[in-house]
Design a protein around this ligand. Structure first.
Ligand code: DAH
Length: 340
């Protein structure tokens, strides 16, 4: 009697399981037959009406039925899970032929490209790249460069004072003094960096711009070494046909001093719009380091001599990439920057 009932339950449960199409159906079957209020549990609760001698046998039979149903449930569930996974993999497969999403890659700024180009040239000639602080002592920015407090040359480099002793540096030349003071000779260095002047913004001026300083200190250096070095530099930067011209000039920290022009790389020197018809383009200031400067930085000017130069980085970038307005360099318009 009990056995028939169990067999009927088992058969019914198994056919329902086999007919199930989704996991939720299996769950329903589990609840209906094996759950706390399910049919098998119901039978076990009826055990108290069975004679004690029969109980273990009936208990065993109920358990066997439960296990049989469980086994089929597991089997069907496993089959279903596998099918679901396969369908999911099919659906989520990546199509490698689809066009990729483009990431906007960054781009080096024309100033950076120009700086790295200048660095490359001087590193190739054995120069070391150094840096100095943008917020500088008046002492290094002016005094040690032979520009005393009341000198008119200081007016030309009007700047931003933090206090009486500290300024935003007006040029990269103070790095010269810092390098010399370190006392390691001979010295061959360049120092790129940001400088500040109280200038109005226009096509060729900005209150903040960049320079690259150069300094060599050694025994037996002459103006010929300076000329040769800058001639090689100009050819490397603007092309092998580039000529250099040294015009006498005045800087407090060099004696003699000069400004250097390069032959116009656009017209080759015959005169064009680019060089304003002169055939020449000014690119830097330079000279032999003034003995006062050497001495103030602890170097014996009887034994050592030096040459130095300083150029505007923006100017180099504008020339090299034929940009006609410096403000474009600071607007950070990617459509502009991407061209270089
Ligand atoms: N410091 C100068 C300026 O800002 C540029 C310069 C000229 C640097 C001659 C030098 C130099 O080292 O020798 O105008």
């Amino acid at each position: 009697m009990m056995q028939d009932k169990l067999q009927a339950i088992q058969a019914e449960a198994i056919s329902l399981i086999r007919a199930a199409e989704k996991p939720e159906r299996l769950h329903d079957v589990r609840v209906k037959y094996l759950g706390k209020k399910g049919e098998l549990t119901g039978l076990l609760k009826g055990m108290k009406d069975i004679s004690p001698a029969e109980r273990p046998k009936v208990g065993q039979m109920v358990n066997d039925t439960r296990e049989a149903i469980e086994a089929v449930l597991e089997e069907v569930k496993a089959g279903m899970d596998k099918k679901i996974l396969e369908a999911k993999l099919q659906e989520e497969v990546i199509d490698v032929t689809l066009p990729a999403q483009k990431k906007g890659l960054g781009h080096r700024h024309p100033n950076t490209i120009a700086r790295e180009e200048v660095e490359r040239i001087f590193i190739g000639m054995g120069y070391e790249v150094m840096e100095g602080p943008e917020i500088e002592y008046d002492l290094y920015c002016f005094e040690k460069l032979n520009i005393p407090a009341d000198h008119p040359a200081k007016d030309e480099q009007d700047t931003f004072y933090i206090n009486k002793e500290i300024v935003l540096r007006t040029h990269t030349s103070p790095v010269q003094a810092r390098a010399m003071e370190k006392g390691k000779l001979p010295l061959r260095m360049i120092a790129p960096g940001r400088v500040f002047r109280s200038d109005e913004v226009d096509a060729t001026h900005s209150p903040s711009f960049h320079q690259i300083e150069g300094l060599v200190v050694d025994k037996n250096l002459s103006f010929a070494d300076l000329k040769g070095t800058l001639a090689v530099f100009a050819k490397e930067l603007f092309g092998a046909e580039t000529k250099t011209k040294f015009r006498p000039h005045h800087f407090q920290f060099t004696e003699p001093s000069a400004e250097v022009d390069v032959s116009c790389f656009k017209c080759g020197g015959s005169g064009c719009r680019f060089c304003k018809g002169t055939g020449w383009i000014e690119i830097l200031g330079c000279g032999m380091v003034h003995p006062n400067v050497l001495e103030m930085c602890g170097i014996d000017s009887e034994v050592y001599s030096g040459f130095a130069f300083g150029m505007g980085l923006e100017r180099i970038a504008l020339l090299k990439y034929e940009i006609d307005d410096m403000r474009l360099l600071y607007e950070n318009d990617v459509r502009f920057l991407q061209q270089f």
